[in-house]
Design a protein around this ligand. Structure first.
Ligand code: 5CA
Length: 447
């Protein structure tokens, strides 16, 4: 999906707030509201405004690329599902009050999907017949609804939220394990690409079920889970865990290395083991945010739904499956928790809504306006996504807004600089500034 490459702030819908909204308990929620990214519609249900929408789409695209890289096929299933399918798996009753149940005009029971194991298994069952149809992996990125008891922290624990859910189908448990490993390794990379160190931790399977599961956790004071891990996990180079997904042995090695360090959420934590395995100075006990969760549950859904394929010798066997979730909308908040300061958000470049922001210090001054227009055109031409603050506002307001929305590079254009043929290029992250010719700034940002 192509986002508009450039916007002028005077024409943009960016409702930033000076005051801290009182309803927001944690920093990411406060900053998302203050930066005009989201608006609450009901408890745990949000609209994504233009700036927030761009970030959401950037996160989504990274997830998509990493899924496609390991051989997934993208689909799109509906948000509304039939209750009958969920009766087959037994989860219609099990899900309890967290499921939003709906009746259509014919009094048929429907529901707003909290996840899609049943539906994708049913799709697979109808069309896949033979061992030649596996392995198969499909995912979609779609809105989910869970009527959480306590929606809170903005998009971090919403009721309606955006999730990537992937599903694998294999002939044997061993092959299923290989699919699980492909996902595991892809997850290490996808979070690293967003500037996050997400640590896989052995986890409970909850309502999804199965016998193997890992949560991907980023450490943050405001996280909802208590976690324990080995300090070295925080420094592992996860981005370069770039193994060929067809090389099962190499994938296994990467996973063995990462999982050789102690890491557990509170349901799985074993204090004695932690103390025995991890030297005191390496023990980390912290709060964490769950940004993904993967499960291997074998035939839990293929059995009741009848997803079978024929083996080479003609026997019909249920397929072995796993499901793999990424909290796409939660990530927008989680990234802010991991990357902000007292002035606002500091977006990691790959998920930034824009790469550059032009600050015109003297709007209406012919020379400044011309210099900014020229930069604006050249940045677009160079493929640099840019937001141009062309409002007639004081410099202080413009600086504050640019810091708040967290664009990685600010180009400050003022009358003195323009007269001398220079602009100031500032890094939002480090605060460092350099003065250089406008064309040099464009070249630097395009590089
Ligand atoms: N079917 C499985 C895997 S696809 C599943 O639903 N797993 S899950 O319940 O763990 O959800 C996957 C991810 O969605 C979680 O790791 C979390 O990052 C995100 N998520 C879950 N509930 C919420 C919520 N209420 N608000 C925002 N994100 C959520």
């Amino acid at each position: 999906m192509r986002l508009s490459p450039a916007v002028r702030l005077s024409e943009y819908f960016l409702p930033t707030l000076r005051e801290t909204p009182s309803e927001a308990e944690i920093v990411s929620h406060r900053l998302m509201l203050r930066a005009g990214m989201i608006r609450q519609e009901s408890a745990g249900i949000y609209s994504w405004l233009p700036l927030g929408f761009r970030v959401l789409k950037k996160i989504e695209q990274i997830v998509r690329e990493e899924m496609d890289r390991i051989g997934y096929h993208e689909v799109l299933m509906p948000t509304i599902q039939s209750a009958d399918l969920w009766r087959k798996s037994g989860r219609y009753d099990d899900y309890g009050k967290e499921m939003l149940r709906i009746q259509d005009r014919h009094e048929r029971e429907m529901l707003f999907g909290p996840t899609n194991e049943e539906m994708i298994t049913d799709i697979f069952a109808e069309h896949a017949k033979s061992y030649k149809d596996v392995p198969s992996m499909m995912y979609h990125i779609q809105w989910k609804f869970r009527d959480e008891v306590r929606p809170r922290f903005g998009v971090m624990r919403g009721r309606e939220f955006f999730m990537k859910d992937g599903y694998s189908f294999d002939l044997t448990p061993e092959d299923g394990r290989i699919s699980y490993n492909k996902n595991f390794v892809a997850y290490l990379r996808l979070y690293a690409r967003m500037g996050l160190q997400a640590i896989p931790m052995a986890a409970d399977t909850g309502p999804i079920g199965g016998d193997m599961s890992h949560e991907f956790i980023i450490l943050a004071e405001t996280g909802e889970s208590q976690v324990w891990c080995h300090k070295d996990l925080l420094e592992l180079d996860l981005l370069n865990a770039d193994v060929d997904h067809r090389d099962a042995a190499k994938m296994r090695d990467v996973i063995d290395e990462v999982t050789s360090y102690y890491a557990a959420t509170d349901e799985q934590h074993d204090e004695e083991k932690f103390q025995a395995e991890v030297p005191e100075e390496k023990r980390v006990s912290a709060r964490g945010i769950e940004v993904g969760h993967i499960f291997f549950f074998g035939t839990k859904y293929s059995d009741p739904i009848g997803a079978k394929v024929q083996t080479a010798d003609g026997a019909a066997v249920p397929v072995h499956s796993g499901s793999y979730g990424v909290g796409v909308s939660r990530l927008a908040g989680a990234i802010i928790e991991a990357s902000h300061d007292d002035r606002g958000i500091i977006w990691p470049e790959p998920v930034a809504p824009f790469r550059a922001g032009i600050v015109n210090l003297r709007q209406g001054d012919d020379a400044c306006d011309a210099a900014c227009e020229d930069l604006y055109a050249k940045l677009q031409k160079a493929g640099v996504e840019v937001i141009y603050d062309d409002r007639s506002e004081r410099a202080g307001v413009k600086f504050a807004d640019m810091d708040l929305i967290g664009v990685p590079w600010h180009i400050v254009v003022g009358p003195k600089g323009v007269a001398a043929g220079i602009v100031e290029l500032k890094s939002r992250k480090t605060g460092e500034t350099v003065e250089l010719a406008p064309d040099a700034a464009v070249a630097k940002l395009a590089g």
